[in-house]
Structure formats: structure tokens, C-alpha cells
Design a binder for this molecule. Structure first.
Ligand SMILES: [Zn+2]
Ligand SMILES: [Zn+2]
Length: 368
């Protein structure tokens, strides 16, 4: 995709403050060219790497909606500021895509996050309230997408008010909770409420590489900048709570093991289970910082019980495709039968490595 970009060089002798930058920058040159998105990202990346090598303490700032354009500014201390201007930031409509599954359920994904960690986002519409289950990385505005794509009730000056929208996190891992800060109403299980409120990027297992985001959401964006932002939950959930959407009810099931605050949401009437990372059609992950095998075995026993009692026909998981009761039974029973001593030893080793890698990676992340 070809876009028109401008490269503007300027000197800033007065301040490195973004707000004052533009008033104090004297432009010394302007260059316009046709270039690809990938090429532009490479140029920005090279400039930043060069600045680190030369110890120029360069930082980037992306400022949106300045004269209708996005700006990436490299602050080369002292004095030189390089401003890279592009045609615009990717819109929320470009970033997400959705598919209707019928019966008021929509399956949403982040198009340019190409990774096994890309989470499913579910929108469940009710007569009184809509619920978003998980929110992805949050690199573009999910509420804006839902509105622009016509998935929410229209906002009118007169007539009935828009239905409330509640974002529920199945757990606080970064691929599910990254977008929670975009919502006014946020629900999470009580075991992970503190981690979310403090923005604990160790517990959210934040792990993102540039190569996984195949189109940058905004100019100059790098994975190194990404972190789950602190969010004070408005609703703290416990096992057995019922989230009412009016004409449908979602029962909260606390299912620890993958993480300590993992939940499933069960629509008993429709026999649907929104399972997050508790179970999906792939190998279960029990080697993360707050994973626990004994809890996971108990969780799998509950899943089997749901199948035995005929309470689930369709599973809408946190990753990959939907599946049925038979597959759910097999996944849960396989986990239980494999959770022996050998598994515990290898999981202990993997958890130690994961803990170390997450500590090191997240200590380097910016805190703002
Ligand atoms: Zn997870
Ligand atoms: Zn996940």
C-alpha cells in the first residue's frame, strides 16, 4: 500500500516538550516521497537504533490529530528534533474485523496482530446491556470500532438511551486485558483486580514482539512501548455472580489454573460457554507465573461436569475456533490424565524460565 509521507527536519533549541515543540521548531527542510508502510517503519526504526548507538537519548512521541496528521518526533538531545510526518493513524475500523455468529453474538479479532497469542473478542448483545468479553491488546479503540461498525445501539438525542456496555476480562493477561482502559465499565475476578488496578505487567505476562504486529497501528509504534495500563475495575467478580444482559444471563465460573483469576462465562439457557484461556482447542498453558496445576485439574473436573450434565453445547474460547461439548470433554479429560509427576517437573522448569524472561522484559518497559 502506497502512501504519501513527508520527512521534516528541524532544530529545537528551546525545549523537548511535545506541546511546545511545534511552536519552537524551525523547519529547515521538507521532503515528500511515495513510500511503503514497511519502508517507513524501517526508516524510523533505523533512526532510533542509530540514536541509541550514538547515545543521543532519542525518544519518540506520536502525536495524533495535529493538523489532521500523525506525527512521530525523534528528540535528539541536545537540540536536534527530527519530525517524521505521515498521512495518518490507522483507524479502529481498519484495525479490527468481526463476524456475526447469530443470536446477538459477534466474534471480533485484531487483523494485524498475527500471533498465536491473538485473542478472540466476543460481543454479546442483550436487551438491557451489552457485554464485551476480552478486549485484545487495545492498540486501537475497541469502543470506537463497535460504534463505527454499527454493533451497538445508536446514540440518539431523544428516545431511549444507549444500552450500557460492560467489558469483562476472562483474566488479566495482556492479550485479553490490553484494551480494558478504553471502557468505562470494567469487570474482572477479584483474584486479579489488584494486578489490573496497579498495571502489573508481570502478572499480565506482557510479551509482544514487533514481528507479531504486521502493520503498526500508528507511525513509530514499537512493541517495546506496549504495556497493559492500570484500570480500576468497576465490578469485581466472584464465582456464581450473574451478569444480566436483560434477556440473557451470564454466570461467572471461577476457573483458576491458567491464571489465578481466570473465569468462564456460562450462558445456561443457550448452553454456551465463553471459556477465555481456561480451555481452547490447543494445549493448555499452566507454566505462567500464577498458573497452578492442582487448580487446573479441579477446573477441568468442573468442565467435565458441565458436559456430563448437558449444560454446554458450544464453547467460545479465548483463542482459535469454537468447538462443541465432545471436544471440551476430551480436552479437559486429557489434561487431567497428563497432569502427573513428569508434567509437574517440566512445568516447574518452564515456569522458572518464563518468570525470569518476563521479569527482564518488563523491567525494560516504560512505566507511562
Ligand atoms: Zn492467558
Ligand atoms: Zn490468551
Amino acid at each position: 500500500m502506497k502512501r504519501k509521507h513527508k520527512l521534516i527536519c528541524g532544530f529545537n533549541f528551546l525545549t523537548s516538550s511535545s506541546r511546545l515543540l511545534f511552536s519552537s521548531t524551525s523547519l529547515v527542510g521538507q521532503w515528500s516521497c511515495q513510500t511503503s508502510e514497511r519502508y517507513k517503519q524501517r526508516v524510523i526504526g533505523l533512526l532510533l537504533e542509530l540514536s541509541w548507538v550514538l547515545r543521543l537519548r532519542a525518544t519518540t512521541t506520536t502525536i495524533s490529530q495535529w493538523r489532521g496528521e500523525a506525527l512521530v518526533c525523534c528528540h535528539f538531545f541536545p537540540g536536534l528534533v527530527l519530525v517524521l510526518s505521515t498521512a495518518g493513524i490507522m483507524s479502529a475500523l481498519e484495525w479490527y474485523a468481526h463476524k456475526s455468529l447469530g443470536d446477538g453474538v459477534y466474534w471480533i479479532q485484531e487483523r494485524f496482530y498475527e500471533s498465536g497469542n491473538r485473542a478472540n473478542i466476543w460481543l454479546v448483545r442483550g436487551s438491557q446491556q451489552d457485554v464485551v468479553i476480552d478486549t485484545g491488546l487495545g492498540l486501537r479503540s475497541l469502543p470506537e470500532y463497535l460504534q463505527a461498525a454499527g454493533l451497538l445501539s445508536p446514540e440518539r438525542a431523544s428516545g431511549p438511551p444507549r444500552r450500557p456496555l460492560l467489558a469483562v476480562a476472562t483474566h488479566v493477561h495482556f492479550d485479553h486485558a490490553g484494551g480494558l482502559h478504553q471502557f468505562e465499565q470494567v469487570a474482572v475476578h477479584q483474584s486479579e483486580a489488584d494486578a489490573l488496578a496497579t498495571g502489573d505487567n508481570f502478572e499480565t505476562v506482557t510479551w509482544l514482539a514487533d514481528s507479531e504486529v504486521v502493520r503498526a497501528p500508528s507511525p513509530g509504534w514499537t512493541a517495546r512501548q506496549f504495556r497493559v495500563r492500570p484500570v480500576q475495575p468497576t465490578h469485581v467478580l466472584q464465582d456464581g455472580d450473574i451478569i444480566s444482559l436483560g434477556d440473557r444471563q451470564l454466570t461467572v465460573m471461577h476457573m483458576p489454573g491458567h491464571s489465578r483469576g481466570s473465569i468462564c462465562l456460562h450462558d445456561r439457557d443457550r448452553k454456551m460457554l465463553f471459556s477465555g484461556d481456561v480451555v481452547y482447542d490447543g494445549s493448555m498453558i499452566d507454566w505462567l507465573p500464577y498458573s497452578r496445576i492442582s487448580d487446573y485439574v479441579g477446573t477441568c473436573e468442573r468442565l467435565i461436569e458441565l458436559v456430563d450434565r448437558g449444560l454446554v453445547e458450544k464453547v467460545l474460547p479465548g483463542h482459535y475456533n469454537t468447538f462443541g461439548a465432545e471436544r471440551l470433554y476430551r480436552l479437559a479429560s486429557n489434561y487431567i490424565s497428563n497432569a502427573g509427576v513428569c508434567h509437574k517437573v517440566s512445568t516447574f522448569a518452564m515456569r522458572s524460565i518464563a518468570n525470569l524472561a518476563l521479569r527482564v522484559t518488563n523491567s525494560r518497559r516504560p512505566t507511562t
